[in-house]
Design a binder for this molecule. Structure first.
Ligand SMILES: [Zn+2]
Length: 272
């Protein structure tokens, strides 16, 4: 059992031994930072891409904006345990929860500054973020909050401090890519996640209180995401996106900024 106890304060990392030792300093440079408003958003939206990058030697991490406390099934405690287990499957270096209010956070100065401080701490080159418009209103609100904070983080005159009270320097990621969630949006970018697919599904299934995992079905009230159909739809989405680029499984992203590449061999062979 690698999970030991709950985080003690807002903004603290999950208390997982393999994560804790990486979290001694107040800055922690990451290449890719995935942000989700609910624990499990990152797993469903972009965990295959995170696993791809980790395999390439990139430093990856996750921020959850809320604890998902309004979820019908499970408790805050079970969701922390599940998030820690999923983090292990995704092999991220850190996972932090900002403890904003599930359902009721807003995209205002207070929340932007909180997120700007986190972005400056991790200094990511690329942020993977919630979509800008979706079935759950939290997703769209979070997508806009993350997009705005990522931009504002690059303005030197916005002053923030780290956990130790030390002034932070400005930081703007090169890209904010919004991963697809419930509603289908035509993606601007599809990433081949075929090699990461099995591990991705293990990360998703770590949320055993949220998703269908017990054939007996005796796990509590059924919700939109707890039926076998939901996981089937997750797999079908990945298959459909993969087919669009001639591979088995894919994850889709939208971006407001045009994607630029320097080498044509970055393109996936598309035989569709
Ligand atoms: Zn969500």
């Amino acid at each position: 059992m690698f999970y030991t106890c709950l985080p003690a304060k807002a903004g603290s990392t999950l208390n997982v031994p393999y994560l804790r030792k990486n979290f001694a300093s107040s800055t922690m440079k990451l290449d890719i930072l995935a942000i989700g408003v609910h624990p499990d958003d990152v797993e469903l939206g972009c965990s295959g891409t995170l696993l791809n990058e980790q395999r390439l030697g990139k430093r990856t991490g996750i921020i959850d904006l809320t604890q998902g406390e309004l979820g019908t099934r499970g408790t805050i405690e079970t969701r922390y345990k599940e998030a820690a287990l999923a983090a292990q499957h995704m092999k991220v270096l850190t996972r932090e929860n900002l403890k904003m209010r599930d359902g009721f956070f807003v995209n205002d100065e207070k929340h932007q500054l909180q997120l700007i401080s986190a972005i400056r701490k991790f200094q990511p080159e690329i942020i993977l973020a919630n979509i800008l418009d979706d079935r759950h209103p939290d997703h769209g609100r979070a997508g806009h909050l993350i997009r705005d904070a990522a931009f504002l983080s690059g303005l030197a005159k916005i002053e923030t401090k780290d956990e130790n009270g030390v002034a932070q320097t400005k930081w703007r990621p090169k890209y904010v890519l919004h991963y697809l969630q419930d509603w289908y949006h035509e993606p601007d970018l599809i990433i081949d996640i075929s090699e990461s697919f099995e591990e991705r599904m293990e990360a998703i299934k770590a949320y055993s209180t949220q998703f269908f995992t017990d054939p007996s079905g005796n796990e509590g009230p059924q919700t939109y995401i707890s039926t076998p159909d939901f996981l089937d739809s997750v797999i079908a989405r990945a298959r459909m996106l993969g087919k669009r680029i001639g591979v088995k499984y894919g994850e889709g992203f939208i971006t407001e900024k045009k994607i630029g590449i320097s080498r044509l061999d970055a393109l996936v062979l598309n035989e569709t």
